[in-house]
Structure formats: C-alpha cells, structure tokens
Design a binder for this molecule. Structure first.
Ligand SMILES: [Fe+2]
Length: 199
C-alpha cells in the first residue's frame, strides 16, 4: 500500500522533471533508483500541508496531489532542530525526502525533497556544499541569493544555487510548494549562514 504511494510520487516527479529543460540540464532524472525502507516521522507542518487551501489550481496539480498522498508515510525532516532558527520555523516549515536519506528511494546521482512553506514564513540564510535546483510546484515565494537580485517565483519557475552560495526564501500571502534537487556534495547537510558568510 505504502509502496504504491511512493511509486506514484516517483512517477510524478520523473514526469515533471523530464519535462523541464532546466531541471534536466541540471541533472537528468536518475536511472539507478532503488527502493529503501523508511520510518514515518510526523511534524506539525505535515498537518498544515494537509489542510493547506492556498496551493490549488497549479498546472502541476498531479505532483501536488501525489505529495499529499504520501504525507502520512513520509519522514518529515527537522534539519534545523539543534540550531537557533526558532520554534515558529520548526513548527511551520515542512520538508520530506523522496530520494536520499530517510526517503523511500536511493540514487547515487541525485537527491530530491519536497519543501512546503505556509504563508508569511521566512527561511533564513543557509548554504550547503551540494549544488541545488528548485522548481516551484504551486504557490509563490521570494527567493534571495547572496550578491544576486531577489526573485519572486511561482508554479513552473526554477532557480539554481551554486555550491555554498548563501540563499534564503520567504512567503507572503501565498504558501509555496517546491521540488528541490541536489547534485554533488551529498554528505553535508545545510547550515545556517553566519554574518561572515554574508559579508
Ligand atoms: Fe538550499
């Protein structure tokens, strides 16, 4: 039962990824994917995502629906649990893995997650060794990159972050749902950027 949910989500991710030239150029969807066991882990943001009404009407609604269907089976991440990021962020920021650690699939070539942010949430400056690409599945958000102009992205838009490039994001009146992929440098998790990193 659960495997069917994950297989449906993987098929949706592959379909959307293959159809997007920017994502395909960044990293072709892997052909070495294998299933792996995972333990579900719940966080409050999972409930916010389930109840969210502001993501309707996206052209990528099939991907959104598959992510919703997998919500009870997912291991929702708490990447910043031991930092000073604050309780509001911990309570409202949602992320689970599709390909990679604590996700239902493994690949040697790519990592993939979903990221959900409800309205009026700020995801502060952070960076990581891996190179990253974002695709907005539904909703919209402002994206910030160190030394680059901010951009507002909505459904279908993509953005890349270089290795160790500090970046941040923020929602306004709309929530946002994103598909996030990494290539290279998988072993180091994101860290919050310091004033020195942002100098
Ligand atoms: Fe990132």
């Amino acid at each position: 039962m659960t495997r069917a949910v994950w297989d449906r989500l993987l098929a949706e991710a592959r379909r959307v990824h293959d159809a997007n030239a920017a994502l395909h150029a960044f990293c072709p969807f892997p052909n070495d994917i294998t299933p792996q066991p995972l333990s579900p882990h719940h966080v409050p943001a999972a409930d916010l995502f389930t109840r969210e009404t502001g993501l309707a009407g996206s052209p990528l609604a099939g991907f959104h629906d598959a992510l919703l269907a997998a919500t009870p089976a997912a291991h929702w991440r708490e990447t910043y649990k031991d930092t000073n990021i604050g309780q509001d962020f911990m309570d409202r920021f949602g992320c689970y893995c599709l390909i990679g650690d604590q996700g239902p699939f493994h690949s040697d070539h790519m990592r993939a997650w979903m990221v959900y942010m409800p309205p009026h949430l700020h995801y502060t400056w952070h960076h990581h060794l891996a190179e990253e690409a974002y695709l907005v599945i539904a909703g919209s958000a402002r994206f910030f990159r160190h030394r680059s102009p901010e951009v507002t992205l909505s459904a279908g838009d993509t953005l890349q972050h270089q290795s160790n490039e500090p970046h941040a994001m923020e929602t306004g009146d709309s929530p946002v749902l994103c598909y996030v992929i990494w290539r290279n440098g998988f072993d180091l998790i994101p860290v919050l950027s310091t004033a020195e990193d942002l100098a």
